[in-house]
Design a protein around this ligand. Sequence first.
Ligand code: ADP
Ligand code: MG
Length: 245
Amino acid sequence: MAVDPLIELRDVNKYYGELHVLRDINLTVGKGEVVVVIGPSGSGKSTLCRTINRLETIQSGEIQLDGQPLPEEGKALAGLRAEVGMVFQSFNLFAHKTVLQNISLAQVKVRKRKKDDADQHSRQLLDRVGLADQADKYPAQLSGGQQQRVAIARALAMEPKAMLFDEPTSALDPEMINEVLEVMRQLAREGMTMVVVTHEMGFARASANRVAFMADGRIIEDRAPDAFFTHPESDRAKDFLSKIL
Ligand code: ADP
Ligand code: MG
């Protein structure tokens, strides 16, 4: 199946000092594809996400977004960040701003929307993530699952070309995980291009086009979820799956 590539990493290498954290990474995410990234702690999953968003520099290789090389600095970099939404384990909402203000802020500052237009868009997004009635609350008044849904709405408000999720449900109590995954499943169905670091294998099976398995800074398997889960090829993946499934 040939899909138009949206995110492309070619021979990417990244070091933290002496530590070689990303090793010869090659990864292509097509438009509308969902790639779930799994692997042991410390294997480089978060670094990979941060690299795609240029929160980290790389020492060699190339990253393209929609056919363009990633900008390294300046205005173009801010533009890139708006085009690739990112959702972290910790929700990172502004504590002293309401839910609505959290979602509207960057629309006004980065996308230069009028406040009223931004607020209207924010309310639509809140409706979409099931939080239409929470607009005037402050983050601390919401549950973790609700806060994470606000964080997703805030990222979507920039109308990104792709979304990166780094363990979005890992900090949540079990009963809240599903409400966040449901929003993500919906996004996937709507054709959003997504890179998702998660231990939620149900999500990977149901929503991912591919699973990329990382170990020691390398992607050592990159395959359809069914094939990966039923017949992992590498000993590292077999060992990892035996521990989490
Ligand atoms: P994962 O998300 O798979 O758990 P990370 O990408 O967070 O892995 O980390 C990969 C490796 O890089 C780990 O060995 C980690 O300790 C190291 N690392 C992560 N961030 C930094 C940093 N800012 N400075 C130095 N080393 C880091
Ligand atoms: Mg991580």
